[in-house]
Every structure is written in structure tokens, then in C-alpha cells.
Design a protein around this ligand. Structure first.
Ligand SMILES: NC(=O)c1ccc[n+]([C@@H]2O[C@H](COP(=O)([O-])OP(=O)(O)OC[C@H]3O[C@@H](n4cnc5c(N)ncnc54)[C@H](O)[C@@H]3O)[C@@H](O)[C@H]2O)c1
Length: 396
């Protein structure tokens, strides 16, 4: 295979930008061969944007049976990610799915099994893993630059969204349509970076407030407190209802601390390990010496394009995946546990009780149908199809 024939399933805000980037040849060794969407307007847009050389399907199963593509990018609402991915793996396709991996880890486990049985390339769109600062931080923590980790604190409430955003598509901000709120839509990136750097925590207690800032049924305000068997703790705070927001990640360890904020990563590294200072100093509050290092963010190409390129290069040349698809379950384990902790008002282990989670999620969905079945979603967003929106960038 010289070139990978890519198909995009779901050409809404995100999928239309992926399709346009591939069509515009931003991904070497790949062509856009087809797209699928259930929405006639989206297919009409694709016809105008790409012409007749790119086949259009209303039913993704027809696309999968067409013989026109080698790999699919899935950019539909979340619940469909595992369903479409499993269908694609079973038909021998390579798959790049949008985040989150799904809604319920039980479905994602089935997707991971299908991926492994197929032997095909499986990647997930965790484009923030390409950010130079998170990359440097993750490597430094793994290499022990901060010593043994004590605390991880991320306040990431600059995911501001208006009511018009939530009203722009009927699947948004509902348990039936989206399966969650800020944790499942905006924060999979941050939860992934968290687990990428530190691993999945062992226990957590969470406070997910539903419709605190918007007229929505899912959470738009979250605080998670988590613990690791190593003794490290983590606090994760997010919302979509505070403006101006903050994006500050601070990790402290026995050798110092790292802070990522305002587009730079700062290391404060002690000359001596703090545990030595604590137990061997005669002074009550010694001014231990540390050195500072500041790393500015490097402007790179859009992370979505880097992930698609990496996916294609893995298929063709075996390039190591930046975000292997099987890893998508980890951030979902954190968000599933946070929901379960909120619903049961208790501390839970991570991964959480899968059966209980599925049962309580289904109960929420059933209650929502009764209460919200006649909702009308009519707002339209001022956004253009086919472009990567700045609201998906890492913002400072
Ligand atoms: N990685 C990122 O930075 C990023 C940014 C935004 C959205 N996303 C993800 O992309 C996905 C889509 O989000 P969006 O904002 O583009 O939503 P959207 O509503 O704009 O687009 C979803 C599209 O899927 C289509 N669709 C629904 N059911 C379908 C089916 N059965 N077959 C084919 N198409 C179907 C819809 O008609 C719609 O056009 C979500 O999972 C979201 O989390 C990722």
C-alpha cells in the first residue's frame, strides 16, 4: 500500500475538519476516499467541498462494505465510538477514534478486544499529547526529575462554553446523547494527560455538579480528589461555566515541583531531596536551595493533524503510536469512577464497579427520557465546517 485511503465517519464540527485536512493533503501518504453522516446537510457540504471523487454515505455500514477505504476516523457522538469501531475492526479496517473512547468502560473493553483480535492499527485522538509542554513534563516525571511524586493538582476551568454551545446539537449535554458532561466531552484530554503522567489513581472521591452553570442535565462543574497506593494524591478541578478560566497544572515531588501555566513549563529543582532536608536539618524552616528552569511552549502544527499523520505512518511504516487506542479506556476509568462516586456519595476504587456504573447510568438515562424527551435544540453555532476550531486547542 503506497497511500492509505481514509474515510471519515461523522462529519460534524470535528470530522469535517479532519476530512478537510486530509483532502487538502496535509497528511502525506493518505487520501480522503469517503465520508459518512446521517445528516443530509453534512453530506451536501461534503459534496460541495470535495466533489464526486470522495464517496458519500448515509449509512456507515455501507461505507465499510464499499471497498473504498483502508482506515476509518470516527468522529460521531461518543456512544457510537465503540459500536462503529467494532464494526470496522470486524471488517479489517484500521481505526482512529475520536475521544472519549466511549461512555462506559464495559463497551470500551469490547472495542479493545475487537482491536486486538483484528491486528489492525488502533489509535485515539488525544491530540494534546503532542503539546510540547505536556510531552516534556510527562518525560521528566517518568525519568524521575521530580523524585517520588507527592501531589498532582490541575485546575482546568478554561473550557468555557455557552448555552448556545450546549443547544447546538441534540446529543450534547444529556445522559442519553452524550453520556456525561465536562468530564466526557472537554476533559478526556486532561484526564488522559493526568493518567499518562502519573497512571490511573487507586481511589477517588468526586463531586460532579449537574447543570450548575447551564440549563443542562449533565455536569458542568467537577472536583475530584484521588489517591495512589504510593502515597501521592491528586486534585482535579474543572468547569465550563467560569470565565476567565485557568489552566494550571502543578506536580510536586521529593526533588521539587513543576508548574505548567500561561504557555510555559517551570521546574523548581532542589539541590537536595526534601526528605533528606526534612529529617537531617537542624533548622525549623531551612531555605533550601533550588534551581529554576523555564521552558516556553513550541508552536507546532495542529495536534489533530499530527495524530492523523502518526496513525497513517503507523499503518504504512510501523511508526510508534503517540496515542494507542487501547489507552483510551484509562481516562474513561477515571471519569466513570468520578460519576459513580458522585452518584453513590462515596469514595470508590479505580477502576470502579463496572456493573454498578452501567446500572446507575441506565437509571439516569431512563429518568432523563421521562423528564426531557420533548426538549427542542434549535440554536446554531457561529462556526464553519472544515476548520479546526481554537476551542479545541490547549489554551492558557
Ligand atoms: N479531539 C478534539 O479536540 C475534539 C474536539 C471536538 C470534538 N471531538 C469529538 O468528536 C466527536 C464529535 O464531536 P463534534 O463536536 O464534531 O459533534 P457534531 O455533533 O458536530 O458532529 C457529530 C456528527 O456525527 C454525525 N452522526 C451521528 N450519528 C451518526 C451515524 N450513525 N453515522 C454517521 N454519522 C453520524 C452527526 O450527524 C454529526 O454530523 C465527539 O466524540 C467529540 O468528543 C474531539
Amino acid at each position: 500500500m503506497d497511500k492509505v485511503r481514509l474515510a471519515v465517519i461523522g462529519i460534524g464540527n470535528m470530522g469535517s475538519a479532519h476530512a478537510k485536512a486530509i483532502f487538502d493533503e496535509k497528511i502525506s501518504n493518505a487520501t480522503l476516499s469517503c465520508v459518512a453522516d446521517i445528516d443530509e446537510d453534512k453530506l451536501k457540504w461534503a459534496g460541495e467541498a470535495f466533489g464526486e471523487k470522495v464517496a458519500r454515505f448515509r449509512d456507515y455500514n455501507e461505507l465499510l462494505s464499499s471497498g473504498l477505504a483502508d482506515a476509518v476516523i470516527i468522529a460521531t457522538p461518543h456512544y457510537l465510538h465503540p459500536i462503529i469501531a467494532i464494526a470496522a475492526f470486524n471488517k479489517g479496517f484500521h481505526v482512529l477514534t475520536e475521544k472519549p473512547a466511549g461512555v462506559d468502560t464495559t463497551e470500551v473493553e469490547a472495542m479493545n478486544e475487537a482491536a486486538s483480535a483484528s491486528g489492525k492499527t488502533f489509535a485515539i485522538m488525544f491530540n494534546q499529547r503532542t503539546d510540547s509542554l505536556y510531552l516534556k513534563l510527562a518525560r521528566s516525571v517518568r525519568e524521575g526529575k521530580l523524585g517520588t511524586i507527592k501531589r498532582f493538582v490541575w485546575i482546568i476551568n478554561n473550557w468555557y462554553r455557552t448555552q448556545a454551545y450546549y443547544d447546538s446539537a441534540s446529543w450534547r449535554a444529556s445522559w442519553n446523547g452524550e453520556g456525561g458532561g465536562a468530564l466526557l466531552n472537554q476533559c478526556p484530554h486532561n484526564l488522559d494527560i493526568w493518567q499518562w503522567i502519573l497512571g490511573v489513581p487507586d481511589t477517588l472521591k468526586a463531586f460532579c455538579h449537574e447543570g450548575r452553570f447551564h440549563d443542562i442535565k449533565v455536569e458542568d462543574d467537577v472536583t475530584i480528589y484521588a489517591e495512589y497506593k504510593s502515597g501521592a494524591s491528586a486534585v482535579f478541578i474543572t468547569s465550563t461555566g467560569e470565565f476567565p478560566g485557568t489552566n494550571r497544572l502543578e506536580i510536586s515531588g521529593t526533588k521539587g515541583k513543576a508548574v505548567v501555566e500561561n504557555g510555559k513549563l517551570e521546574f523548581f529543582i532542589l539541590d537536595d531531596d526534601e526528605r533528606n532536608i526534612c529529617f537531617n536539618s537542624d533548622e525549623a524552616m531551612p531555605k533550601a536551595h533550588y534551581s529554576e528552569e523555564i521552558i516556553e511552549a513550541q508552536k507546532a502544527e495542529d495536534g489533530h493533524i499530527l495524530i492523523i499523520r502518526n496513525f497513517v505512518n503507523n499503518i504504512l511504516f510501523g511508526e510508534e503510536l503517540i496515542a494507542p487506542g487501547e489507552q483510551g479506556i484509562k481516562s474513561l476509568q477515571i471519569s466513570n469512577a468520578a460519576y459513580l462516586s458522585t452518584w453513590t456519595n462515596s469514595e470508590v476504587s479505580v477502576p470502579a464497579d463496572k456493573r454498578l456504573f452501567s446500572r446507575l447510568l441506565n437509571e439516569k438515562k431512563e429518568r432523563e427520557i421521562i423528564k426531557y424527551h420533548s426538549d427542542a435544540h434549535t440554536a446554531s453555532l457561529k462556526e464553519s465546517a472544515g476548520v479546526y476550531s481554537s476551542r479545541w486547542d490547549v489554551t492558557w
